[in-house]
Design a binder for this molecule. Structure first.
Ligand SMILES: [Zn+2]
Length: 147
């Protein structure tokens, strides 16, 4: 058990001992997408890409918070899913956005700040809802998105 904890914390092992996107992953940093409110950056989505299979991996970073997740390796994304950011019109500041995986069509279970689970409808990788919008990370690489 102790040994497993050590592995989790070792930076060399963050790139996919557990989940491998392909047989010989070569994952490098691709680009950031900044999340802005009133032209101020409040957070960032870091985008990584595997040079072999071209899959992308994203990590959400809230400004001023060092690390919010204890994910080992790259976060898994299924074929047919894309990284997206959901923007809530009901929230303010850092609670206004969240990194998610969007299917092309269907329903996403979205957990709000007050821990309610909402069913949001997705059409062509986009949230269709009166109080929430979304955008795809891949459409905004190296740019800032005002939310
Ligand atoms: Zn790969």
């Amino acid at each position: 058990m102790m040994q497993e904890l050590n592995i989790t914390k070792s930076p060399e092992n963050r790139m996919g001992e557990i989940y491998r996107c392909c047989e010989n992953p070569q994952i490098t940093y691709l680009a950031p997408v900044n999340i802005n409110i009133d032209e101020k950056t409040i957070g960032t989505v870091d985008v990584w890409r595997c040079a072999i299979c071209k899959k992308k991996f994203c990590e959400e970073k809230q400004l001023g918070i060092e690390s919010i997740s204890e994910i080992v390796g790259m976060p898994k994304i299924e074929d047919g899913e894309k990284w997206g950011v959901i923007v809530s019109k009901l929230q303010k500041g850092k609670d206004k956005w969240k990194l998610v995986k969007l299917k092309q069509n269907g329903i996403i279970k979205y957990e709000t700040v007050d821990e309610k689970i909402l069913d949001l409808k997705i059409e062509d990788y986009k949230i269709v809802d009166g109080y929430h919008t979304s955008f795809l990370v891949e459409d905004h690489l190296n740019r800032a998105v005002e939310i």
